[in-house]
Write a protein that binds this ligand. Structure first.
Ligand code: AMP
Length: 609
């Protein structure tokens, strides 16, 4: 553990939302916290879109800028809360006209354009379910998620539709409506123009009474084995989105806030759309991709005050602006509006926290959560000391514990009971006591996997952590085989299955390999069918094959040939041994693997979690 502590500063706002951690934890109550939101008029329930948009208009802030969309080629457009209210009303009206019912799924496969935000919020107004897909997914992950999620509507662009959906459309009979954003060729069968439909819809829409427990969001995530899991979240989740953004991101209504996560991942929805809008802030949306200069320019030009990003992005900036080296690049931009930086999604190395402090004048506040929790669970707060390398402490209203591990690396469950590790500094599985509003309510169509996520009244996260004597949590690694690469959660099974569709591949085993910038990269080991030669040409062909099917975010970056892949007695490829060999760790010593402090380390799980 790092010795260094970065002392809390006085907040530039002079009024951080969380001032006294212990006091706030002692007095916090979720029921009371929900009073920060208004609910639908006339006590008609709780709807995320009302809290995020219409409430501000009703309170006289309709003219405030809700979205500030920076175009890929430069320039930006502003969408006020009133514009957004009308636009989302229109989209809700389109869904109603198409006969799309409550709880039916509306998917997006879009870049970060305003229509993505309109679709998300309009869908919620219609009481349908919003399910975002990452636009860099290849056709296979897209098709699988559309099928598993029973997509009834898809909003996408012509290019993405042609490349990733058209070929599988016939096999998706439940996908009735495809709305195309932007230009659309007249000969694109089975699609409608988004703009034309929206323009023809009325600007008013009354949100129907909304049961806070009604399904609102579906986010796909990956496990060690099997198909992706669709985590179900309900409208009540908005209470947790709002409260945690207040505590962990210190949002205030006048902030200009930039969350760099794509809404195709849970962070980009919970904290890229919902939470900031419930605080009435201006949300910066960048259509473009990462580029050091572009990012510094956006921070400066848009006068960003709160910035929520990812450790990989911080490390990429660090590479361009080395600590101890010339700081000319960030100093050539006016970053004086910036007052708070946070990151999430993968381990944030202590050097990155300190780099922020020294180069940008602000430390990076790490926080932890996952798709299933729906909101930030553990965080470093504006008004608390930071221990670089630690994820921070549980939020008020969140009870976290470290559970003793069993032989498979996961929490040991004996006769239905788990054991909470009481001593500080001992590794174990991170567990959370359910009860916060954005806790997932199930995996779609998969009760068994949902039930397997709980034991003895705890939700088991699959992460290994340790807690220090002052209640700070430190990330140790994953207890299963899922891979976090550049902040994206990847199921090795999905990658192995795609590789095995290639005619040359007999078997595949996929692991996470440590990488200085991305944290972890995906590496595949494959054995070949007879008659195929393991050479550079085949390696390139397999890399390209996987990339075409899975997309660049998921596909392996390295492939190695191995005709003797290690297997369990039941014939399953032993990823943990592949990983041990790759890392030069003793093959038999699993405990060494589990405490190596590397993302993706841990024992192979035979279970279905
Ligand atoms: P996802 O469900 O895609 O958001 O991924 C959640 C997983 O990302 C967690 O279970 C962790 O393994 C990892 N993760 C999230 N935040 C952090 C963090 N601050 N430090 C280390 N790992 C993290």
């Amino acid at each position: 553990m790092a010795e260094k502590v970065i002392r809390k500063r006085s907040s530039p706002t002079g009024r951080p939302n969380l001032r006294d951690y212990e006091r706030e934890c002692a007095r916090f109550d979720w029921g009371k916290a929900s009073e920060q939101l208004s609910g639908l008029p006339g006590g008609a329930g709780l709807n995320i879109a009302h809290e995020a948009v219409d409430r501000h208009v009703a309170q006289g802030r309709g003219g405030h800028v809700a979205l500030r969309c920076v175009r890929r080629e430069g320039g930006a457009t502003s969408v006020s809360y009133l514009d957004l209210a009308r636009w989302t009303n229109q989209f809700a009206g389109v869904l109603r006209r198409l006969g799309v019912e409550r709880e039916e799924r509306v998917f997006t496969l879009l870049g970060r354009c305003p229509e993505l935000y309109v679709t998300a919020l309009g869908t919620l107004k219609n009481l349908s379910v919003f399910c975002p897909l990452f636009s860099a997914f290849g056709p296979e992950p897209v098709e699988q998620r559309l099928r598993l999620g029973d997509a009834r509507v898809l909003v996408t662009t012509e290019a993405l539709y042609r490349r990733k959906v058209a070929a599988s459309r016939d096999g998706l009979p439940q996908l009735e409506h495809v709305l195309i954003v932007g230009p659309r060729a007249a000969d694109l069968p089975g699609t409608m123009g988004f703009e034309q439909m929206v323009d023809a819809a009325p600007q008013t829409f009354t949100i129907p009474p909304t049961d806070p427990e009604a399904m609102a969001l579906l986010h796909f995530t990956s496990g060690t084995t099997g198909t992706p899991k669709g985590a179900v979240h309900v409208h009540q989740a908005v209470v947790a989105h709002h409260v945690t953004a207040g505590y962990a991101l210190d949002l205030h209504p006048d902030d200009v806030y930039w969350c760099t996560a794509d809404p195709g991942w849970v962070t980009g929805t919970s904290y890229g759309i919902i939470a900031p809008l419930t605080h009435g802030v201006t949300v910066v949306v960048d259509e473009g991709d990462f580029d050091t200069r572009r990012w510094y320019r956006i921070l400066a030009d848009e006068r960003v005050s709160v910035w929520y990003t990812a450790p990989t992005a911080v490390r990429m900036l660090m590479r361009a602006t080395p600590r101890g080296g010339p700081y000319d690049l960030p100093r050539s931009f006016d970053l004086s509006a910036l007052r708070f930086i946070a990151s999430v999604g993968e381990p944030l190395n202590p050097q990155a926290v300190v780099w922020g402090d020294e180069v940008l004048g602000l430390p990076v506040h790490d926080n932890w959560w996952q798709t299933e929790t729906g909101c930030i669970m553990i965080a470093n707060f504006a008004a608390c000391d930071i221990r670089p390398g630690s994820m921070g402490r549980p939020l008020p209203g969140v009870k976290a514990a470290v559970l003793q591990q069993g032989p498979d690396g996961r929490a040991a469950v004996v006769d239905g009971k788990v054991t909470v590790v009481e001593r500080p500094g001992v590794d174990g599985e991170l567990a959370l006591r359910p009860g916060w509003p954005s806790m997932f309510r199930g995996y779609l169509h998969d009760r068994q996997r949902y039930d397997a996520s709980f034991a003895d009244g705890w939700y088991l996260t699959g992460d290994l952590v340790r807690e220090d004597a002052d209640g700070y949590f430190w990330f140790v690694g994953r207890a299963d085989d899922v891979i976090k690469s550049a902040g994206h959660l990847i199921g090795p099974f999905e990658v192995e299955s795609a590789l095995m569709e290639h005619p040359a591949v007999a078997e595949a085993g996929v692991i996470g390999k440590p990488d200085e910038v991305a944290g972890t990269i995906v590496k595949a080991f494959v054995s070949l069918k007879p008659g195929h030669v393991a050479d550079g040409a085949l390696e390139n062909e397999l890399l390209a094959f996987a990339r075409r099917r899975l997309g660049p975010a998921v596909a392996p970056r390295e492939i190695a040939f191995d005709q003797n892949l290690p297997k369990t007695r039941s014939g399953k490829v032993m990823r943990r041994l592949l990983r041990a060999r790759e890392l030069g760790l003793p093959e038999g010593d699993i405990s060494t693997l589990e405490t190596a402090g590397l993302v993706g380390s841990g024992a192979e799980s035979e279970g279905s979690r």
